[in-house]
Design a protein around this ligand. Structure first.
Ligand code: HPA
Length: 305
């Protein structure tokens, strides 16, 4: 890739995405060829796809799709499901590709380029995240209204390298990345459904993972202004914005991040250093418990588009 000119790379990315779209259109019913909305299901949130009406519906495994990366994480199945949310034709990406799985960025965000070529206008992204804001509890939701791209600020950026002007500009502004109207619609959906689950609005910080944060790292993230932390979403949002899509992103708070300083030996042995330690099973369980509300909210929001 390094020896290609910018236009070679442009053609290749567009061509690869077009090959995938053609492949999909050969395998799904014609009326599902132009979904308007794509939904990326976060850890343990694969049941979002159950809100798609059953008929007509089509599924394609990532492993069958040309150029598609494979997901290797428990709780992420790896398939595209096509159907309708209410009257809106849509596709759900069940299972996502994380940076920590070792894929180069251009591979891990490729599905979003495919969505853009397919003609999708709106991307809804869900994720499991650790709560940094001390008002957040396990099971709460957070509508993302801004992000901190920590790996991006340090040079690991999904738009690093030659720009593809067929998709978007070299220097993309992200000060309005998260669509105001979609955020309003999500809150309106929560009111319509009379859900008691708290819905916050705040800043998501993207970290590469796969380790959960140390206490000191968590305090740093909180000081930076982040309300929730996770290992996904931001690369997909950036590529969606670069491709001209509107985005809505929702975090499910699956654990309260430990930010208290590690107790010192001199503080006494009654302090438990392991208290509050994050683990993947707890994340999946919290997502399972909130899955129903998340599904109804996403469905209601999309129906109001
Ligand atoms: N940190 C990072 N990613 C996460 C967390 C967390 O605490 N919880 C769920 N995903």
């Amino acid at each position: 890739m390094s020896e290609s000119s910018e236009s070679d790379i442009d053609t290749t990315l567009t061509e690869r995405a077009t090959v995938v779209v053609d492949y999909i259109r050969d395998r799904v019913p014609a009326e599902l060829h132009k979904p308007q909305v794509a939904v990326i299901c976060g850890s343990g949130l694969h049941h979002l796809a159950d809100a798609l009406t059953a008929s007509p519906q089509a599924e394609i495994a990532f492993s069958d799709l040309p150029y598609f990366p494979l997901t290797t994480v428990d709780g992420h199945a790896g398939k595209l499901v096509f159907g309708y949310f209410g009257h809106v034709p849509a596709v759900c990406m069940v299972g996502r590709i994380h940076f920590y799985e070792g894929n180069p960025f251009d591979i891990s965000v490729f599905p979003v380029r495919v969505f853009a070529v397919m003609g999708i206008k709106t991307l809804v992204v869900t994720n499991a995240a650790g709560g940094l804001n001390s008002d957040y509890r396990v099971g709460d939701l957070m509508v993302i209204n801004d992000h901190i791209n920590l790996p991006g600020l340090a040079g690991w950026h999904p738009l690093k390298g030659a720009n593809d002007p067929l998709f978007g500009p070299r220097f993309l502004a992200l000060s309005d990345a998260y669509d105001l109207d979609l955020r309003k619609k999500f809150f309106a959906a929560s009111a319509t459904l009379k859900l008691t689950r708290p819905v916050h609005e705040g800043v998501y910080v993207f970290v590469s993972g796969p380790t959960y944060e140390t206490r000191a790292e968590s305090r740093m993230l909180k000081l930076m202004g982040a309300d929730a932390v996770g290992m996904s979403t931001v690369p997909e949002i950036i590529i969606a914005r670069h491709s001209g899509l509107k985005v809505l992103a929702i975090s499910l708070i699956t654990n309260e991040v430990v930010t208290a300083p590690m107790p010192r030996v001199a503080d006494g042995l009654d302090l438990d250093p392991a208290a509050g330690k994050a683990n993947h099973e707890e994340v999946i369980e919290a997502a399972r418990l909130a899955g129903h509300d998340m599904r109804e909210l996403v469905l209601e929001t999309i129906k109001s588009l």
